[in-house]
Design a protein around this ligand. Structure first.
Ligand code: DX5
Ligand code: ZN
Length: 220
């Protein structure tokens, strides 16, 4: 079993409330919100005020993915704005232990994110302090990129790291997830699948969530 977490990065921001209601009606329970600062990644998206507004209009789990420098200065503010899950990049934070602890103490699930060019072994310490790991299967910054195939082996390596240590850490994957690969990434150990363009890039986001959810073990 896995969950689909639609990423609003590919949504129509003028009709955001309707877009969110559509994916919720399709069965999604987690909403992925990509926060970019134009420094950690070469793109700028949305921040705290939008998270506050989304919080008022949905009961879905809000999953904020912080692609920002110095995430430790902002992570708890996102919890206060209404996020239920907050993740920070291992590459962006020399004080990731403190940041993860702060997120947990503020009452949210704490996640650590790993870029495609960062070895999984970089998580060996942080994984003890995280509720979930977000494995990037594209380089962060933009929606609609192609899934990097090597991510499958990295998922397996991460799954093994977690089980060898007997930890209860969920694995989320982000980037290029669609109907052609969702079953394979589930098989490799991912439990939360972020999907942006494969959901909001279609005419019927609710149906897209249903289709991705029902992929089961069928490989395309
Ligand atoms: C990329 C973001 C993703 C993005 C995924 O930097 O972190 O969450 O929205 O979009 P797709 O599913 O189109 O690759
Ligand atoms: Zn993301």
């Amino acid at each position: 079993m896995y969950s689909i977490a639609p990423s609003i990065l590919s949504a129509n921001f003028v009709r955001l409330e309707e877009e969110i209601a559509a994916v919720e009606s399709g069965g999604a329970s987690i909403l992925h919100v990509d926060v970019m600062d134009g420094r950690f990644v070469p793109n700028i998206t949305i921040g705290l005020p939008v998270v506050r507004s989304i919080r008022k209009s949905t009961s879905m789990t809000i999953d904020t993915h912080l692609m920002i420098v110095e995430p430790g200065n902002y992570a708890v503010q996102f919890v206060d704005a209404g996020a239920d899950m907050v993740s920070v990049h291992i590459e962006a934070d020399p004080h990731v232990h403190r940041t993860l602890q702060g997120i947990r103490q503020a009452g949210a699930k704490a996640g650590v994110v790993v870029n495609p060019g960062t070895p999984i072994s970089a998580l060996e310490e942080a994984i003890y302090h995280a509720d979930f790991v977000l494995l990037m299967s594209v380089n962060p910054g933009f929606g609609g990129q192609r899934f990097i195939p090597r991510s499958i082996d990295r998922l397996r390596e991460l799954r093994q790291m977690i089980s060898e240590r007997g930890l209860d850490v969920k694995i989320e994957i982000d980037g290029g997830i669609d109907l052609t690969n969702v079953a394979e990434v589930a098989d490799a150990g991912a439990e939360i699948m972020v999907a942006g363009s494969a959901v909001f890039g279609t005419d019927d986001p609710a149906e897209a969530v249903r289709a991705l959810s029902n992929r089961g073990a069928v490989w395309v």
